[in-house]
Write a protein that binds this ligand. Structure first.
Ligand code: MLT
Length: 265
């Protein structure tokens, strides 16, 4: 793990392997260890950078909403620090929101794009209110209640009942998240803009991965992105929920590797 100063925070990240850079951005309320299995296979051919986003893992939180634009800017600043001008940018769920914000702000720095279990639309008014309530709950009660409520939405019922090691992994990541970091990200996600108009302007090769049973960002959200991003590839990973890279690691990795090869990345 390495750390660098980005504006007001110390940002933690890993930078592993040699080759063309691939930046993988974790979702909420996780940390860079979400990508351990992807780093393990990709780093023999690529330089894989996995940041802990603002307020997550070992990166400092900051007061107020951690907006997707701010997090995208943090990623760009981290790339500057590492001497990376252009990279494959991949994100899962909130990481996908950050990846889309990155595409909008820094299109020339995106060599190829990977959007996993995510969506382009903004929150509905109802979802914004729920985010605000969840932020208060995280601050007043800590992460245990949030983790319990989220788990059944993150994983398929089969994974919940038969794969205790995956359940533990996901739960532990959530419990390690600092409530201030989670609250800031919730408020930041609630503020995020609708990126639907951006989709038709994306010129980078794009892979969209979706768990067939994703209860948080349903396959229909991925289909919308696929229809709007010219030349994009959509892969639905069967028997996977929202955290498809952990539930169906082999399929996820194989699709990622094939895409990177075909995209010449
Ligand atoms: C995530 O996995 O990053 C979040 O569930 C996304 C969201 O809450 O919209």
């Amino acid at each position: 793990m390495s750390v660098t100063r980005i504006d007001d925070i110390q940002m933690a990240y890993t930078d592993q392997g040699l080759g063309r850079p691939v930046v993988l951005i974790h979702g909420y309320p996780f940390n860079r260890s979400l990508w351990n299995e992807q780093v393990a296979v990709l780093s023999s051919s690529y330089r894989v950078v996995t940041p802990d986003l603002r307020g997550f893992g070992e990166t400092d939180p900051s007061p107020g909403p951690a907006t997707m634009n701010r997090m995208a800017d943090d990623v760009a600043r981290l790339m500057d620090h590492l001497g990376i001008s252009q990279a494959v940018i991949g994100g899962l769920s909130m990481g996908g929101y950050v990846a889309l914000a990155f595409c909008k702000q820094f299109p020339s720095r995106v060599r190829a794009l990977v959007l996993a279990d995510t969506r382009a639309q903004a929150d509905t008014e109802e979802a914004k209110q729920t985010r605000a309530q969840q932020a208060e709950k995280a601050l007043s009660e800590g992460m245990a209640g949030i983790a319990d409520a989220m788990l059944p939405k993150l994983l398929t019922p089969e994974t919940v009942s038969k794969r205790p090691e995956v359940v533990k992994r996901v739960r532990d990541m959530m419990l390690k998240t600092r409530p201030e970091g989670a609250a800031s990200a919730l408020l930041g996600m609630a503020e995020r803009e609708d990126q639907t108009p951006l989709l038709s302007q994306i010129a980078s090769p794009t892979l969209i991965l979706a768990g067939s049973d994703d209860a948080i960002t349903p396959v229909a959200d991925s289909e919308k992105m696929h229809n709007a991003i010219a030349g994009s590839r959509l892969v639905v990973i069967e028997n996977a929920g929202h955290v498809s890279n952990l539930e169906r690691t082999d399929e996820f990795n194989q699709n990622l590797i094939d895409f990177l090869r075909n995209a010449g990345a």
